[in-house]
Structures are given as C-alpha cells and as structure tokens.
Design a protein around this ligand. Structure first.
Ligand SMILES: N[C@@H](CCC(=O)N[C@@H](CS)C(=O)NCC(=O)O)C(=O)O
Length: 217
C-alpha cells in the first residue's frame, strides 16, 4: 500500500501506526508540506484538499481523511482489531479520537499557521500561544475524560490498543514536537502515551524517526 505522508504530520502518524499494528506493507511517499508539495496538481488529483495522508490500496481509488482511513483498514484488515467489541466502547474510542483529531488538530496544521503568519501578521510567540491554548484545552479534556471513565486501563479503553490511543499518542507527540509540551503533565494520558511509545508500532513510526525528518527540527 502506498501512503503519502510527511514526517511531522499527526494525521499520517495515526495511519502509519495502524498499518504497523495490522502488519500491512507500507510504501511511503514523502511530501514536504512546508515547501508546498501538497499543492502540486498531480497530488491534488489524489487529494483535492491538499493534505496528507492519502492511502492507495492496490488499484483502488485514493483514500483520504485519516479517521476514514482507520475505519477502512479496520473493516478490510480486521486483525488485530483497533476498535473495541462493545458498542458503547466503540463510540467511546471514536469520541476520544475525534476530540483530538477533529477539535484540536485543525488549529495546528501548516495552512492555518501560514494564515496566522501571512494574513493576520501574528508574530511567532503570539502564534504559538494561540495554538498552545487550543492544544492544551484538548489535552485537558482528554485527561478529564480518561480520569472519570471506569473503562480506562492500560490504554484509553481497557488493555487493547484502539484508534483512541493512536489519536491520543499522535496528538501528544505533536504537542511535544511543536510546542515542547510534556505528556507526563497528564497522569492518565501521559501514562498511556508512555505505554504506546514502548510499542514498536508507535516508536518506529514516530515523526522524528521518519526518513524525511530533518536531523535538527
Ligand atoms: N482531518 C484530516 C487532516 C489532514 C491534515 O490537515 N493534514 C495536515 C498534516 S497533519 C496537512 O496535510 N496539512 C497541509 C497544510 O496544512 O497545508 C485528516 O485527519 O486526514
């Protein structure tokens, strides 16, 4: 399977980990989002939104949107599962995923940061304060959700890795790489983050271990 990715992309990281967990072969095509590779006409034919990831499975049409891709992978390659069996727990796993992937991630993507810089003329400390505000609110919301829920275990839901862990680990990684946040500031989320990072699927696909990651970031 071919995945269009970028080293620091949180959305691509979610999908790369799922593919590792499911033992799927991955051919990575790196785009440089800061140079604008996502706007190349050939790439926009695959992904009209001009974002990563895009996944090509066989001859199939391009798959876009990381959460939709995770669901596709789960349905086509069900072993090992990345959604719980129980119906309520499945909704809980999707809810935690969406808290970070939908409600926080858009505040930190390159196109939004570029707009803050080039259109609104905000200086770097102001931009980082603005992004940090939304990122921290999201981390706190997930922490409260995990703290109050009896299903929280070794991972977000019990002892099985689910999409919630993929999204949470990717979120906390971005918060660390981009903003210098410490996952350990969040007792439950930080513990789950550490457990994930001890697993090969998460550590081998870590943004800083990607072939396109700069030596110094
Ligand atoms: N909701 C989308 C988000 C995709 C997205 O925004 N990806 C970022 C990198 S994590 C991107 O490609 N940004 C390009 C840009 O902002 O110009 C998903 O989950 O796939």
């Amino acid at each position: 399977m071919k995945i269009f990715t970028y080293w620091r992309s949180q959305a691509s990281y979610r999908v790369r980990v799922a593919m590792r967990l499911k033992g799927l072969a991955m051919e990575k095509v790196s785009l440089d989002l800061l140079k604008g590779d996502q706007f190349a006409p050939d790439y926009q034919k695959l992904n009209p939104e001009g974002v990563v990831p895009t996944l090509i499975d066989g001859d199939g049409p391009p798959l876009v949107q990381s959460l939709a891709i995770l669901e596709y992978l789960e349905e086509k390659y069900p072993q090992p599962p990345i959604l719980p069996k129980d119906l309520n727990a499945r909704a809980h796993a999707r809810a935690i995923s969406q808290m970070v992937a939908m409600d926080v991630h858009p505040f930190m993507v390159p196109r939004v940061r570029k707009y803050l810089e080039q259109e609104l003329r905000l200086d770097e400390p102001t931009r980082m304060k603005w992004i940090g505000h939304w990122v921290d609110l999201g981390s706190e919301a997930v922490e409260k959700t995990l703290a109050r829920d009896a299903r929280t275990g070794k991972f977000c839901i019990g002892d099985q890795v689910t999409v919630a862990d993929l999204c949470l680990a990717a979120h906390l990684t971005s918060a660390k790489v981009l903003l210098g946040r410490n996952p350990a500031d969040y007792p439950n989320a930080g513990r789950i983050y550490a457990t994930c990072m001890a697993m090969d699927a998460f550590s081998s696909e870590h943004p800083l271990r990607q072939p396109d990651a700069p030596a110094k970031h």
